[in-house]
Design a protein around this ligand. Structure first.
Ligand SMILES: [Mg+2]
Length: 359
């Protein structure tokens, strides 16, 4: 009798989600600004299939993964703050994480985000201090951020491409929505982030992708284009339209609703075949690294890190940092008991709080 492999553990899914996103991001990075015609002329009829050099390396991540890591950092720090102080407004904590990302882009940021008590470890990773075509909306909104919501009307995909980690926390929909609003004012930017994060949460809970997408879209009370494009992606994935035409119909992915629709289509079409999903997701006219990142997040969250080819895992930039954040995101906080803590428990707590100060 054929053995049935056990479902991935929560940790497998967290690693799969964040590493899968990083790999989709990296595969798309060299072709982000190229049309499909130019991609085919360079890489052949099937388009780009393997990592190629971008930003001076193979396997380099871009702003999509950088910001996803800072989302994860913010969520962990919010959890710490709640545990230590009993009160917390997570979007505010996450906004300070985005300020630290702004700092890594060589920009001045809110000083409270980088004072000596609130630094944490992530902003200290030198390899994150590079600009990898950061989105203008994220940069401009964070530059003028004053503990408020974005005052623009942007629906760029910068809100959705960083939102996978919300699928690993409570109040996923609300948190993803409110955190998207830190940088993006348009309802589609917020709805796409919320639908995406809710889908990740449902995948992690064991639902198959199509059911997760449908259930996530059912939370949309505004009849958004984001939900409509996801529903259209589901129709296209089960129909007989060829993939090139299907993706073209869904858009180019520079805006949030289209990026989510394209990524959903590719993840549905490729199933557990990680290579097929991310290759589909990066070979089109539009924002290849963002659609690759979102699609990679989806397949990794559903099937776990085991479906990702080893050759890509060993090449992806900052693999150890990404795995550490994935682990910390889903592991119980190692806080020592207030009474009778052992030295080892106190040391573990101190090491964790040095990485993730509660603020
Ligand atoms: Mg990018």
């Amino acid at each position: 009798m054929a053995s049935v492999s056990p479902p991935p553990t929560l940790l497998d899914r967290a690693k799969g989600c964040l590493l899968g996103g990083a790999i989709g991001d990296s595969l798309g990075a060299p072709v982000e600004f190229h049309t499909l015609g130019v991609i085919k002329a360079k890489y052949g009829e099937n388009g780009i299939q393997e990592f190629d050099r971008a930003y001076g390396m193979l396997g380099g991540i871009t702003d999509d993964t950088q910001m996803t890591l800072f989302t994860a950092e913010g969520l962990i720090r919010a959890k710490v703050r709640l545990a230590l102080r009993g009160v917390c407004h997570p979007p505010s904590v996450i906004a300070f994480s985005y300020q630290r990302w702004l700092h890594t882009q060589g920009e001045s940021c809110d000083r409270n985000a980088i004072d000596s008590d609130s630094l944490g470890w992530l902003v200290g990773i030198d390899a994150l201090h590079h600009r990898r075509a950061p989105g203008n909306t994220c940069l401009s909104a964070l530059r003028v951020w004053n503990q408020d919501l974005a005052k623009n009307d942007s629906k760029g995909c910068g809100s959705v491409m960083r939102s996978a980690p919300f699928g690993f926390c409570e109040a996923t929909w609300e948190l993803a929505w409110e955190s998207a609003a830190i940088t993006h004012g348009h309802i589609e930017a917020k709805a796409s982030a919320a639908i995406f994060a809710e889908t990740i949460r449902l995948l992690v809970a064991g639902q198959p992708l199509e059911a997760a997408l449908i259930q996530a879209c059912s939370l949309d009370r505004d009849e958004t284009r984001s939900a409509r494009l996801v529903r259209r992606a589901i129709e296209l994935a089960s129909g007989d339209v060829d993939s090139e035409s299907a993706i073209r119909e869904l858009g180019e992915g520079w805006v949030a609703d289209e990026a989510l629709g394209i990524a959903a289509y590719c993840a549905l079409k490729g199933g557990s075949d990680f290579e097929k999903v991310v290759r589909l997701a990066v070979n089109h006219d539009g924002d290849s690294d963002s659609t690759g990142a979102i699609a990679g997040n989806l397949v990794g969250a559903q099937y776990g890190v085991g479906v990702i080819p080893t050759r890509w895992l060993v090449q992806i930039e900052l693999r150890d940092v990404i795995e550490q954040l994935a682990t910390d995101l889903v592991t119980e906080l190692p806080l020592a008991p207030r009474d009778g803590a052992t030295d080892a428990q106190k040391q573990a707590e101190k090491a964790f709080l040095d990485r993730y100060p509660g603020g």
